[in-house]
Design a binder for this molecule. Sequence first.
Ligand code: ADP
Ligand code: MG
Length: 331
Amino acid sequence: MAIDLGTANTLVYVGGRGIVVSEPSVVASDSRTGRVHAVGADAERMIGRTPATISATRPLRHGVIADFDITEEMLRYFIRKVLDRNRAHPRLIVCAPSGVTEVEKRAVEEASLAAGARRVHLIEEPIAAAIGAGLDIAEPVGRMVVDIGGGTSEMAVISLGGIALSRSVRVGGYEMDEAITRYLRAEHALAIGSQTAEAIKIAIGSAVALQPEETSEVRGRHLITGLPTQIDLRSEEVRAAIGGPLREIVDAIKDTLEQTPPELTGDIARDGILLAGGGTLLRGFPELVAAETGIPVFLATSPLTCVVTGSGQALDHFDQLSRSGSARGRK
Ligand code: ADP
Ligand code: MG
């Protein structure tokens, strides 16, 4: 079994079956007793709508575990959901962002073992994304992967099956949503929730000018009257609002390229940059990266699933991975 434990979405792949779970990484639990009410899509619908005693939280922040107990509950729920009882202790590959520290890696492993895994092996996210996108990573050829998730953006250069260099910034899709929320408060005195902000981004957000530009009706609460209000929001406004986080991401991509040894840069310039992760689905994002770097880019066929697919393909090599000594098992 392979799990892509993302800040925004958790995906589970089972050998021989393919992707069996794809749900938001959200848990709704009772804040007094800790009892879990819902996990995944059901829990996400509760965000911003829970009574005082229930809280719907995302246990990961910026790609790392922020709430250990809730992450464990979530992993346990998804592992149980896909396995029958007599096989409840699977071998597990979990995908971790390349920037995580040893302590953070340990936390992912501990949560997986506590959730019922028999053995767990961590695979680095850019490697998984590249495998999932069908690249042959074993060759002595430089490949660059950019993965934009909910709370992190990862850039990595891969060669000979390993990471030659990587960089991670704690800016992703959520920072764009927050920027839209701030813009609406400041410019339209309108308060909106996080799901509305994300919906606006997906509907009319873009990284480059749209032809033609678009507008969208946005409902929220007027900050002064306190009453429900509706405005027409233009795509140019959304683009300006998300400009800050987009700039940070593009700068990090350029920085990574500048630090890349010339032989590898030559390979990347010839073959292009692989884009993965939900954030790269923002309209015009590939065009913006190509224009800013002067290097061609290509979007993974399925940006939201290529990490878990690649991790799943790595399952076939689990024994090899385990022999390398980095897998951990139950005591
Ligand atoms: P993670 O790996 O952190 O769980 P994902 O790769 O699942 O993240 O991507 C989730 C992010 O992608 C969210 O911030 C979401 O808003 C964003 N996203 C998904 N689809 C689109 C889209 N069509 N346009 C812009 N952003 C999108
Ligand atoms: Mg991801």
